[in-house]
Structures are given as structure tokens and as C-alpha cells.
Ligand binder design. Structure first.
Ligand code: NAG
Ligand code: NAG
Ligand code: NAG
Ligand code: NAG
Length: 941
């Protein structure tokens, strides 16, 4: 059994051994790292190492970007980020799990948790093929105004536009340059982009022996189109054999359109609340969706081809939202899990996406969906119920076919073991010393963020400025060291932040001290760990963030084992997933509230030792407990559970009802309980609100035959009201009835209805719900409210515009579910309507009451449960009764239990019948007749 871990970028990539002198260290290439080059520049060779391979960290001067607020002095301390295979420098006494591997350049060491910052295909360290990605077509290619342009035409247009652009711009590139990549050998390296937190977590469970057989599925993160087919095959083979990785090859343009466009400019902002109606936001309907689909399809194909029965597929993050759905179609029985590493927005934001339903349906192909915290899961459930009009419960979504998709919270964490090994590297201590010397006597507030709108660097700087203005006594005691990585994306934001920094510098610096050090460059991982180790405070001001492992790493590094600073406080934006994990023990702030942030900085600096230790200890316990291993195990456990439930309930795996088996059980029994659903089981479905009610003669006859047998106790159940049921079954004397989905029960041979619900309480919530419904009824022509004793039905069967009504009904359900959660009232979608009733009143509850009474001997002749139980139903409501029946069976209270469902929905029933109402009636007739051949002789005409 293999676990496929599908993530956009593999933890590995390739580096070609192009001799260094042939590397074109052109000024153009240098610029690509340092100035504001747009993300995709055709013809530019991205993969150029600026540093000779022999250059060690200490003697690498590297080009230093002059940044405002930083003097060369500081920049000499913080060197630009040069990532090399760290294992090269591993001291011999530190054993990493893969130490037995002969290759010293083993790329399997810890990944930075936040690898995503570099752009796809833009590594400065390695030689990788140049990108052949075409410039994206102009976005007006999808002329919304022009109805003649269909999707196919648009795609064709788009492709021709690409060819034009690429033809023009790319011809200049030399062929010889490309050939070089195929001529030279390559090595496999640890990737510099991708989901570092995930890489570390999977490595941790692999090392611990918890995960035995895994396969990464992903792209190489670098352009591959320039490579010849045989070379690509060779790389794929090597990765598969030596690195447990299935490489997915998509064309450079597809990957570019997918990642740089759809993911980065649309999904990422939407998932992080960059509100779409902001004038600067990108089009929410975008041509790059085509690429998003293509890359997702490439993943699904690659996995499906390698899948073997029993394998587990685990899909990660927002880049691959469609993969679960695509795989579900290809392999219906597969065990598929999905985990979203980022935040999930509220339905208000999500519904702005043009392809919202495709995305949701894609994710819902999974059996189990994991989120970083409760809030994101709740948003997801609410979005599903609102946009797809499916029923969402606290634990998941019930799809139309009855399949239940589980939703669970499993926050990711760090792997303390490997991080510990990493920070014991000698250069970390070296850096700790150097930095401590440089800022001796100062309190250091540290931040390292990507300079984009989501990380809130601007807010942080403004808060810090306010802090210095408000509390000038700290001016010469503190220094804020802010590392800003990757500033190419938003020049305007860069300029704003630079202005603030200059302002702080000019009004608060003295000759001897500068309270802000702002560096527009990334730093080495060892340096980063050193900075976390000696910081007096870490400040994270993200405006929205899935889970931030930086804060975990900070807390881990603050244990005082490497330096003397210990237990420094964490200032954490309340809009991060980490805030839900650490709670009050971090100093939670609203990054928009500058005064609060400024005061928190003061509080952090002034915090008494005892409080620092208490808070740190609590957070440290959480870091240790919510670790990577636990994350993996809790996800897998939930997935396993969800999938087992699916397989049992999958209607194709539920056997057909055995007629002979059932009749023989029936005949052997001395006392039988038979519960049959009415709508759709004994009579074909009419609209739930049909005024004229009739029961087919054949059904009445067979019920009479059943009731006549003294060994039988027969109930019919329905969603209709008691008085309707009395009318429907007036011709069958001695039948028991369950009305309004379990709210009322009438025992056989009595005239009284028992209420299973509190009618007074119902009155209270009904009035509130009625006013919500009225709002929608007023707006949907042809819809109406129907009163039941225990429920309200919103019915839009006759609505003029059913599709609009459908959407509105989703809104309405959401509205009611939010408003009435505390009253245990929920709105559940039914065909062309909603039914609003109390959550815990259902047919199962009624059935329970019947069995309780039988056990006590109140109903029937003797004090005993029957020895035969038959339940036939077809709808979601009947599942509760199946569940009750199986509980009795498991508890050995009833010997023979037969539960039968009609149709193809996912079910708990033990058997299915495929011929609908006719099938039900004929089996009931067989039961009645076979049992008493004399009667058969008698009634023969
Ligand atoms: C910041 O302030 C210091 C001290 O006044 C000064 O030397 C330095 O040039 C300033 N840097 C910038 C970028 O303004
Ligand atoms: C965590 O937050 C820091 C600081 O805001 C940021 O630089 C980093 O990219 C974040 N990590 C992840 C995994 O997003
Ligand atoms: C991870 O957490 C679990 C409990 O949450 C604990 O039993 C286990 O020892 C931890 N593993 C590591 C490596 O810290
Ligand atoms: C039913 O009828 C058949 C033939 O008509 C007869 O052989 C059989 O004995 C009858 N059974 C009973 C129980 O009367």
C-alpha cells in the first residue's frame, strides 16, 4: 500500500552540471534577482548561479541591494540568502536519517517551512533549462461582451495569441544554449520552492517508520519543455527509483498559467481576503483557468496510471483543488484525502470566483477534507451549503447521491527532531554570536516576511513607528530587524514601506543607534534560525494566513539551549491559523489596530520573567504536541475512518436483497416488526406538497395482508402530517404510523398520536424562521411556505425561475442554519425546497421509541422485541432507521434484521432493491403469500 502525496512542487528538483565558465553571467541574469523584473520574462535565462560552487557562506560577498533604512554595516551582517545543499556541511556527529546513503549531496534535510516565496523556475543557485513559457495572452481575449466566443473558440484564440507572442519574443534565444542542458548530466537536489512544512512532516513520519511506503507526486518546479523526451524520461525514472517521486510534466506555459496566474493572482488573493471588488484586484474570471484545469488533469492522470487497489491518495493545497474530483471519476473506490494548507475564505468572498462550483465539486471528490482550524472548515461547509445547496452538518457534507464527505480540523506542526538537528549546526551558533555582538545591549524585535499585501509588513512598520512615537524612552533600546523577501511583486507597496522606514530612521535614529533595520533580501537558513534564537520578540502581522510555522520555529528556538535569551514573547496576528493554536498565550493583535500593536510591543518588552516563562511554556507544549507526526496520524486516521464508511455505504457494494433468504427468515420468525417508508417506497414520489393524496390499491392490499398476520407489527413512516396519514391509511386498520419524519407516532390499533417533540418550543423558533422564509418568499415568484406541525417547508416547485430559486434556497438555508444553531433547528435541502425542523427529531428517534415500548411490553402481546425486523426506505431520512436497526442487531437484541434501500444513494442499509416501488410491493407480496400457501389456494381466482 502506497501513500501518494500530491503537491504542486516535488521536494526535489534537478541541477545540470553545466561547467561554470559557460554559464552566461550576463547582467540581465543578475538583474533578474535584484530588480523588479516581472514574474515571467520570456527569453530570460532564469537559472544562473551567481556564486561559484566552491564559494562558502563566509566568503561569499554577493551583490547587496541598497535598501532604505539599512546601512552597509547591517548588510555586512545579514548576507543575502544563498541556499546550498546543507548536508554538505553536516558535521559528522549529527546523524540524519538517511546517513547510510552513500551520496553526500543527499538532498534530504530539513526544508524551510516557507519555501513558497521564490518564483517558479527562478532559482539563482542552479542550472536549469530556460523556460519556454509563452507570455500569457491579453486578458481581453475572453470578450465577455461577445456572445459568439464560446469556450472552445476562446481556447483556440488564446493559443493562437500565444504562438504570435512567443514567435515574436522567443526567436532570439539561442538553440545552442538549450542543447547544453541535454548534453550535461544532472543531479537531483532538494527543492527551493514548494511546501516546506509538508516536506518536513512527511520526512518526519518516514523517518519514524510510521509511513512506510510513500510516493511524492509533483512537478520539478523548473521549466522542462526544453529538455528532450529521453532526458525527461530519464529524470522521471531516476526520481521514481531513487527518490520515491512521480514527476508530473506539464508544458511550461501550462505551469506558468497555472501557478503564476491562476494560483498567485486569483486563488491566493481570494483565499486570503484580498477583496475582489477592490479596483485593483485581478479579473475574477480569468483565461488562466484553462491552465489550472490542465495541470490538475496532468496530476490526476499521473496518479491514476500508478494507482493500485488499496493505495491512499493525499492531495495538498489550493493548487490542486480539482484533483480529488478528477480522480474520483477515474477511480470511484479510491481512498482520497485532501488537505488545505492555506486559509479558506468566508462564503461571501469565495462566491466571487467565477468557477466556484467547479472548485468545490473538485474538492468534494475526496473522502475526507482537512483544514488548519475550525474556522476554515466552517467556512468551507457553509460555502458548500450555500453554493451547492447540499446539506452540511458539523462534520461534513452530504452530497446529493448520499455520499458523506468528512471535514476535519488537523493543524499542521513542525518536526522538533529535525529542527533540533538543524539548529545544532555550528554556523547557527556562529551567527548567534555575530548578531548578538552587533546588537549588544539592544532588544531585538524580529520579522521576516514576504513583502506582499497579505503579510502586513506595512501595518507592522506603522505600528512600530507609533510605538516609537508613543514610547520614546525605548528609542535607543530597541531595534526592529525586518527582513523582506521577494519584493518584486508589488513595487507600490515596496515604495510605501520604504517611505515609512525612511521616516522612522530620520526621526528616531541617533548617530550611535538606528532603531530599524530593513533588509530587502532573504537570509540564509542558519542565519534565520540564529535570529529566531536570539530575538527578544517575534512579530507576525499577517492579515490572513493558514498556519504559520515560523511562530512554531521561533518558540522552539527560544528554549535557551543555544543562547541565553529565553522564552521571548510572540506577537501574533489574530488572523493567522497559528493564533487559533496558541490562543491567549501569544500576544494576539489585530494588525489593523496600530495602537493595540504598539502597546503589544511595549507589553512584550516589559513582560516580567515569570509571565514570559509561563506563556512560553504553554506555547512550547503546544508546539511539541501538535507536531508533524501527530498531524499526519490524525489526518490518516480520519481519512481511514471516512473511507471505510464510504466503502460500506457505497450503493454499488451493497448487495441486492436476497428474496429467498428474506422469506425464509420471515417464515421462521415468531414475531416480526416491519417498518416501511411511504413516499418513494410504497407509492411513487409525488411532490411533497401534493394536495390530493392517494395510496395505490396494490399497496393498500399488501399492507392489509401484512397486518392481518398476528405475528406482524407494521408501521408506515412518512414526512406528511398525522391527519394526512390517517386519510392515506384509513383503509388499513391496525397499522402503526410515523408522521412528519418522526415527530409523531401512532401505535397500531390506537387512535392517539404521541408527540416526540415539544410543540411549545416549536412555536418559538417557528416564528423566527417564518420571518426569514417570508423574506425569500417575497423575492421568489411562485414559492411558498408550507406549515407542518413540527416543521416548516419552503417550497419552490412552482417558482418561475427555478435556478435562481435554487441559489436563493442555498442562501436561505445558510441564513437559518446560522440563526438557529443554538435552538437545534436546521434547514435541509429537499427536492425543490427546504425543510426546516429540529435536528434531533428524526425517524430513528421514533423507531427507538417503538422498540423501547416493545421491550417494555407496552405494544404488542408479549414483553419482547421481535425476532425479525424489516425496514424498507429510500431517502436520507430513512438512514436513521437503518442505523437504529443495525444497532439492535449488533446488540443481539433482534436475531434477523433486514434493511433495504431503493435507488443508488450511498447508504447504511444492508441490501438494495432496484425495481422501485414495484420491487417493494412484489417482495412484500411474496412474503405474505409464501408463508401461508392455504391462503394462496384460497385467494386464487
Ligand atoms: C538612517 O539614519 C542614520 C543615522 O541618522 C543615517 O546614517 C542613515 O544614512 C539613514 N539611512 C537612510 C537610508 O536614511
Ligand atoms: C509565516 O509568517 C512569516 C512572517 O509573516 C512569513 O514570512 C512566512 O512566509 C509565513 N510562513 C508560511 C508557511 O506562510
Ligand atoms: C508528537 O506529539 C505526540 C503527542 O501529541 C507525542 O506523543 C510525540 O512524542 C511527539 N513527537 C515528537 C517527535 O515530538
Ligand atoms: C393448494 O392447492 C393444491 C392444488 O390445487 C393442493 O394440492 C394443496 O394441497 C393445497 N394446499 C392447501 C394448504 O390447501
Amino acid at each position: 500500500m502506497t501513500v501518494f502525496v500530491a503537491t504542486l512542487f516535488l521536494p526535489y528538483t534537478v541541477n545540470f552540471d553545466v561547467p561554470s565558465k559557460s554559464r552566461p553571467a550576463s547582467p540581465e541574469a543578475t538583474r533578474s534577482q535584484t530588480t523588479d523584473v516581472p514574474a515571467i520574462t520570456p527569453g530570460l535565462v532564469p537559472a544562473v548561479s551567481l556564486f561559484t560552487p566552491s564559494a562558502g557562506l563566509v566568503d561569499t560577498p554577493g551583490p547587496i541591494v541598497q535598501t532604505p533604512g539599512a546601512t552597509t554595516d547591517h548588510e555586512r551582517i545579514f548576507r543575502p540568502h544563498v541556499e546550498r545543499p546543507i548536508s554538505l556541511r553536516l558535521p559528522s556527529h549529527i546523524k540524519l536519517a538517511d546517513a547510510e546513503s552513500p551520496a553526500i549531496r543527499d538532498p534530504r534535510t530539513i526544508s524551510r517551512a516557507d519555501l513558497h516565496s521564490p518564483t517558479w523556475g527562478k532559482t539563482v543557485t542552479w542550472n536549469q533549462p530556460p523556460s519556454r513559457a509563452k507570455e500569457p495572452p491579453p486578458s481581453d481575449i475572453l470578450k465577455h461582451a461577445d456572445p459568439r466566443i464560446t469556450r472552445e473558440k476562446a481556447t483556440a484564440l488564446l493559443q493562437s495569441a500565444q504562438i504570435k507572442i512567443s514567435g515574436r519574443r522567443q526567436r532570439a534565444r539561442t538553440v545552442s544554449h538549450e542543447r547544453r542542458f541535454s548534453e550535461y548530466s544532472y543531479t537531483v537536489e532538494k527543492a527551493q520552492i514548494g511546501n516546506g512544512g509538508l516536506f518536513n512532516a512527511i520526512d518526519a513520519v518516514t523517518d519514524a517508520g510510521i509511513l512506510e511506503d510513500k510516493t511524492w507526486v509533483g512537478t520539478l518546479g523548473c521549466p522542462t519543455e526544453a529538455l528532450e523526451d529521453h532526458l525527461r524520461a530519464n529524470i522521471a525514472e531516476k526520481l521514481e527509483n531513487d527518490y520515491d517521486s512521480l514527476a508530473v510534466f506539464a508544458s511550461d506555459s501550462d505551469l506558468n498559467g497555472h501557478y503564476e496566474h491562476y494560483c498567485k493572482t486569483i486563488l491566493w488573493p481570494v483565499f486570503h481576503y484580498q477583496v475582489p471588488d477592490h479596483p485593483k484586484s485581478k479579473a475574477y474570471e480569468d483565461h488562466s483557468w484553462v491552465y489550472y484545469v490542465k495541470v490538475n488533469e496532468a496530476f490526476a492522470d499521473r496518479i491514476a496510471k500508478n494507482y493500485k487497489k488499496g493505495d491512499i491518495i493525499w492531495v495538498h493545497d489550493y493548487h490542486l483543488l480539482l484533483v480529488p474530483g478528477l480522480l474520483r471519476k477515474k477511480i470511484p473506490e479510491a481512498q482520497i484525502g485532501f488537505f488545505l494548507h492555506t486559509a479558506f475564505p468566508s462564503s461571501e468572498i469565495f462566491r466571487c470566483l467565477a468557477v466556484r462550483n467547479n472548485l468545490l465539486e473538485g474538492v468534494l471528490g475526496a473522502s475526507m477534507i482537512g483544514f488548519q482550524n475550525e474556522e476554515y472548515g466552517h467556512h468551507f461547509l457553509q460555502t458548500c451549503s450555500r453554493l451547492l445547496n447540499v446539506e452540511a452538518t458539523k462534520h461534513g457534507v452530504i452530497l446529493e447521491d448520499g455520499r458523506f464527505v468528512h471535514v476535519q480540523t488537523c493543524p499542521i506542526g513542525i518536526d522538533p527532531k529535525s529542527l533540533d538537528a538543524q539548529r545544532k549546526l555550528p554556523e547557527v551558533s556562529e551567527w548567534v554570536r555575530t548578531i548578538a555582538e552587533k546588537y549588544a545591549g539592544k532588544r531585538m524585535i524580529v520579522g521576516r516576511d514576504k513583502l506582499d499585501n497579505i503579510r502586513g509588513v506595512r501595518q507592522k512598520m506603522l505600528s512600530y513607528e507609533l510605538f516609537l512615537n508613543k514610547y520614546p524612552q525605548y528609542e535607543d533600546q530597541v531595534v526592529l530587524i525586518q527582513i523582506a523577501t521577494s519584493s518584486t511583486e508589488d513595487p507600490e507597496l515596496s515604495a510605501t514601506v520604504a517611505d515609512i522606514v525612511t521616516r522612522i530612521n530620520s526621526s528616531h535614529s541617533t548617530l550611535a543607534h538606528q532603531p530599524v533595520v530593513f533588509l530587502k533580501q532573504d537570509i540564509d537558513f542558519a542565519q534565520y534560525l540564529a535570529l529566531l534564537t536570539i530575538a527578544d520578540c517575534l512579530m507576525i502581522s499577517s492579515l490572513r494566513e493558514g498556519m504559520n510555522l515560523t511562530s512554531h520555529e521561533f518558540i522552539f528556538c527560544q528554549d535557551g539551549k543555544i543562547s541565553n535569551t529565553k522564552c521571548a514573547p510572540l506577537i501574533l496576528s489574530e488572523f493567522t491559523g497559528s493564533a487559533t493554536v496558541f490562543g491567549k498565550d501569544a500576544l494576539l493583535v489585530n494588525p489593523w489596530h496600530y495602537t493595540q500593536c504598539a502597546d503589544s510591543i511595549k507589553k512584550a518588552l516589559d513582560m516580567p520573567d515569570e509571565e514570559r516563562q509561563r506563556r512560553w511554556k504553554a506555547m512550547s507544549d503546544i508546539v511539541g504536541q501538535y507536531n508533524a507526526t501527530r498531524w499526519y496520524e490524525s489526518f490518516m486516521k480520519a481519512l481511514d475512518h471516512a473511507w471505510k464508511e464510504h466503502s460500506i455505504r457505497d450503493s454499488t457494494s451493497v448487495p441486492r436483497l436476497s428474496v429467498s433468504g428474506t422469506t425464509s427468515k420471515y417464515r421462521k420468525a415468531n414475531k416480526r416488526l416491519i417498518i416501511i417508508d411511504y413516499e418513494g417506497t410504497l407509492a411513487s414520489w409525488g411532490a411533497p406538497t401534493d394536495i390530493i393524496l392517494t395510496t395505490p390499491k396494490r399497496s393498500i392490499d399488501v399492507l392489509n395482508d401484512l397486518v392481518e398476520d398476528k405475528k406482524n407489527i407494521v408501521y408506515v413512516m412518512s414526512s406528511r402530517m398525522p391527519e394526512e396519514m390517517e386519510r392515506l391509511f384509513s383503509q388499513v386498520s391496525g397499522i402503526g404510523m410515523i408522521a412528519e419524519n418522526g415527530a409523531f407516532v401512532q401505535e397500531p390499533c390506537t387512535d392517539d398520536w404521541t408527540e416526540l417533540t415539544d410543540l411549545e418550543n416549536i412555536k418559538t423558533w417557528k416564528s423566527g424562521v417564518r420571518s426569514i422564509l417570508q423574506y425569500y418568499v417575497d423575492r421568489i415568484e411562485g414559492s411558498r411556505i408550507e406549515e407542518r406541525h413540527s416543521a416548516l417547508v419552503f417550497d419552490y416547485t412552482d417558482a418561475e425561475d427555478v435556478s435562481t430559486a435554487f441559489k436563493q434556497a442555498g442562501e436561505c438555508a445558510n441564513h437559518i442554519n446560522d440563526a438557529c444553531r443554538n435552538q437545534h433547528v436546521s434547514a435541509v435541502p429537499i427536492e425543490d425546497g427546504l425543510i426546516i425542523s429540529e435536528m434531533d427529531v428524526n425517524k430513528g428517534l421514533a423507531a427507538q421509541m417503538i422498540s423501547d415500548k416493545l421491550e417494555e411490553g407496552i405494544v404488542g402481546t408479549e414483553e419482547a422485541l421481535p425476532d425479525f425486523l424489516l425496514v424498507i426506505g429510500d431517502s436520507r431520512e430513512d438512514e436513521y432507521v437503518f442505523n437504529w436497526a443495525h444497532k439492535l442487531e449488533k446488540a443481539n437484541k433482534i436475531k434477523d434484521v433486514v434493511t433495504v434501500t431503493l435507488g443508488a444513494r450511498s447508504t447504511e442499509a444492508s441490501a438494495t432493491l432496484t425495481q422501485g416501488v414495484t420491487g417493494v410491493l412484489s417482495i412484500l407480496e411474496k412474503l405474505v403469500k409464501r408463508e401461508d400457501p392455504g391462503q394462496m389456494n384460497g385467494s386464487a381466482k
